[in-house]
Design a protein around this ligand. Sequence first.
Ligand SMILES: Cc1cc2nc3c(=O)[nH]c(=O)nc-3n(C[C@H](O)[C@H](O)[C@H](O)COP(=O)(O)OP(=O)(O)OC[C@H]3O[C@@H](n4cnc5c(N)ncnc54)[C@H](O)[C@@H]3O)c2cc1C
Length: 401
Amino acid sequence: MSFKMTHEQELARKIALEFAEREIIPHRDKLRVEDEEFEEQLAVKEAKAGFHLAMIPRDEGGTGLGQVGRVVMEEELSAAYPRMVSSLHREFAYVFAKATGGVVKEKWMPLILKGEASAAPFINEPQGGSDLMNYTTTARRDGDDWIINGRKCFISDGHKVEFGMILLKTGDPKDPATRGARSMTAFIVEEDMPGYKVERVEKSMAGNLTATVSFTDVRVPGNYIVPPGVGRGISPVFLAVWDVGRMGISAMLLGCILGSCRSSIQFAKERVLYGKPIHDLQAIKHRIADMYIDLAASRALTYRAAWLRDQGMNSSQEQSIAKYYCTQAAIRASLHAINIHGGSGVMDEYMPQMYYRYAPCLIAGGGTDEIMKDTIAASAINGANPVMGANPAETSGFYIL
Ligand SMILES: Cc1cc2nc3c(=O)[nH]c(=O)nc-3n(C[C@H](O)[C@H](O)[C@H](O)COP(=O)(O)OP(=O)(O)OC[C@H]3O[C@@H](n4cnc5c(N)ncnc54)[C@H](O)[C@@H]3O)c2cc1C
């Protein structure tokens, strides 16, 4: 078993680190005060650097770096400053366009390759959350088209994305053939479709933005249904949420851990007490050791889940384990960093408080801790992922996001 990064993966980390040192770290103040113009410019620079091309194979115009290459780059970008890396929405755009194919792929691929298209999953609903079967957004057939009505909330950057993959109900609760999981269909929706409206934008405690988007009689052509088709929407949506969302979130959490480690080491070398740098104090050393243990374990879990996907293998259980572990580890590591920095740790101009505020913002996205544990346990008990395999989830209310 080889744990060695390939030359391309090492290079990917170096490129991301150099980008971060040039374009992010010197400008952290602008990110801290949420300077929108700067954030837009940075997103354009990230697109030009081609970070979003990692998941796209070379023969489709990407860099073909794969999940591992993508994770190490997003880890470095997030370590420089924890935030929703812009490549995530561009990766969603690629995965959605590819899964849908046909006219959707033709329309969006040229823009995706240039980094000019971004997308989000439109899954979560106010009255549903983890409980998918309680969702009320629907689509009804009208000739060759479908008419969508409903509302989705907490959509990451939902006010900015050009399109999304929406999961909604097309089934009849009275018909055993189209209820339960069979009632859910995935469509592509575009922000310029009449009836698509951004209703409100909410900000988390770390500054990331989510939107509530409503759909009023939004007409969508039949070829915007995501294969495998009507009543089969859960698999493509969740594959995308796992591959792009959970892996990307784990990478951003790795960034919080790595950034906490780096800032703590630097501070512990510079801060002198009792005539010596504080890293000579055993209690400080032990905090640093704890952080590095969490960094090593989180990387091992995340890189392995990413590597399995690069081999074309299912890694939904590994991805859930990685996301769950990285969330806990990032909260622990950033709290250690705050402690090591003393009073400075909670001050605006020091990074630890930023990592500490950002990590919990990633708990719910892509599925809460409890849902991660349920997914892990379901795989362990059934030997299969509950969404992908035949199991009781097909007919009962369940919660997997
Ligand atoms: C920053 C951020 C970004 C997001 N981005 C997106 C996005 O782009 N697209 C999108 O569709 N959604 C997005 N979400 C929504 C996210 O997926 C949901 O918040 C998440 O699925 C949980 O739903 P909820 O918030 O309604 O919590 P609820 O489902 O109401 O959960 C409340 C509590 O109950 C627990 N719980 C729920 N079910 C069970 C169970 N079966 N067993 C034990 N405990 C349970 C939960 O773990 C939690 O502790 C985002 C959320 C956040 C915070």
